[in-house]
Design a protein around this ligand. Structure first.
Ligand code: ADP
Length: 454
């Protein structure tokens, strides 16, 4: 590969340009009209406007135009980042059909893991514990009710095509289930174009634990340990921690080996994440994300492995160990601890309403153990309402969780951002809360801790 187009924007586009530059590969960026002044445009060696006259988000979803740009620019491959086209099977196939390598898993992995029902089937086939649920999509409300009767309430209805915390509904009673089922179905149709839903038992108070996996095209697969992403709002991650503080060595080993087992079963290629819910010592598979994730930075910190570089080298058919330099599994060592906070331009005091406007002051923290991945976080930049409100990711590392946490608290307190509201005060409240300090947070932590909003 000599030249790669990154079909994304903001911090993740820049993150990928950096990896490409280090590998001596030229970079091609794309930008929507509304992103004319966005930094990612200027961080690429060359960048092209896409989706003229379309809605801003559609520009980054316009696969065929993006492929045209890549071909004209003479790119060899496309990296999709996260979100947008990253899990789009049609796009991945179109890239390959046009002689462009899609930097991600093979099309059939996207097919399996883009659909949560197929993913769960694959997990059951691989003999991996899953949350008790329906075997396939449910079409009739009667089937939802009989599931509830058999397994007890609460239950959760999930859209097969859902993602990013969307397309899920919890019901505590049969009447709630009947009502929510109708709503969930029409919402899924509107949001994902397909209204397939399945039902699972709702695990009362779990931790969300996920295992990072890397696989090459020759069948070598390793895990890079786990992340604890239990700090969530509306099923979306806010703060992530690696490794999980509460996990004992034996459960960690079991969990990580379970993730590898599933990925070996499907012959997985490239970077992927296997997600589980953990309750006590029991864990249940929920889904696989077949792409780079927002929170990959903390795994890089605790293992020293550059996951995005690995993705690019895997896509060039290199061998995981001897050519890419990833150690053998037993030599991948967990070192210290790391935390990531997602700083967004949202107002915690006002239902996390996104704020917009010009950033008048922007002074960011730095120093030992602190990593910043920013998109448009700089003085004078204008936060628009068109895209998601992630401003900058802060990742910190230390010899242990406590040290990483001290650094994160200091880093957030060092920020000076004026002109737009951010969630920094809320994040600081999370970091200072005893539950977060001792690492025992579950997915209900934010919802059940009103003092975080003060
Ligand atoms: P998405 O693809 O939208 O991220 P996931 O399936 O990964 O959806 O689930 C996101 C979050 O929703 C989980 O981290 C967890 O907090 C919650 N969740 C999902 N399934 C269940 C379940 N069966 N019981 C309890 N919580 C669940």
């Amino acid at each position: 590969m000599k030249k790669v187009l990154v079909a994304n924007r903001g911090e993740i586009a820049i993150r990928i340009f950096r990896a490409l530059a280090e590998l001596d590969i030229e970079t091609v960026g794309i930008y929507a009209q509304e992103d004319e002044a966005s930094v990612h445009r200027f961080k690429a060696d060359e960048a092209y406007l896409v989706g003229e006259g379309k809605k801003p988000i559609e520009a980054y979803l316009d696969g065929m135009s993006i492929i045209e740009v890549a071909k004209k620019a003479g790119a060899d491959a496309i990296h999709p980042g996260y979100g947008f086209l990253s899990e789009n099977l049609t796009f991945a196939k179109a890239c390959e059909a046009n002689g462009l390598k899609f930097i991600g898993p093979d099309a059939h992995h996207l097919d399996i893991f883009g659909d949560k029902i197929k993913a769960k089937k694959a997990a059951i086939e691989a003999d991996i514990p899953t949350v008790p649920g329906t075997d396939g999509p449910v079409d009739r409300v009667e089937d939802v009710l009989s599931f509830g009767e058999e397994h007890g309430y609460p239950i959760i209805m999930k859209a097969a095509m859902g993602g990013g915390g969307r397309g899920m509904r919890v019901a505590h009673t049969p009447s709630e289930a009947a009502e929510e089922f109708k709503r969930a179905k029409s919402e899924a149709k509107a949001a994902f174009g397909l209204d397939d839903l399945y039902v699972e038992k709702y695990i009362a108070d779990p931790k969300h634990i996920e295992v990072q996996v890397l696989g090459d095209q020759h069948g070598n697969i390793v895990h890079l340990f786990e992340r604890d992403c239990s700090v969530q709002r509306r099923h979306q991650k806010v703060v992530e921690v690696a490794p999980c503080v509460e996990l004992d060595a034996q459960t960690r080993e079991q969990l990580c080996q379970t993730a590898v087992k599933l990925m070996k079963h499907v012959g997985y290629v490239n970077a992927g994440t296997v997600e589980f819910l953990l309750e006590g010592d029991s864990f249940y598979f929920i889904e696989v994300n077949p792409r780079i994730q927002v929170e990959h930075t903390i795994t890089e910190m605790i293992t020293g492995i550059d996951i995005v570089q690995a993705q690019i080298l895997i896509a060039q058919n290199h061998l995981l160990h001897s050519e890419i330099g990833i150690p053998e599994q037993e030599d991948i060592k967990l070192k210290g601890a790391a935390i990531q906070c997602r700083i967004t331009t949202e107002d915690p005091a006002n239902g996390f309403l996104p704020d917009t406007g010009r950033i008048n002051t922007y002074r960011s923290p730095g120093g030992f153990g602190i990593r910043l991945d920013a998109g448009n976080g700089f003085q004078g930049s204008v936060v628009t309402p068109f895209f998601d409100s992630l401003l900058v990711k802060v990742s910190t590392e230390g010899l242990n969780y406590e040290k990483a946490l001290q650094k994160m608290t200091r880093a957030l307190e060092e920020f000076r951002i004026r002109g737009v509201v951010t969630n920094i005060p809320f994040l600081i409240n999370v970091l200072k809360h005893p539950t977060f300090k001792n690492g025992t947070m579950t997915t209900r932590f934010i919802d059940e801790t009103p003092e975080l909003f003060q």
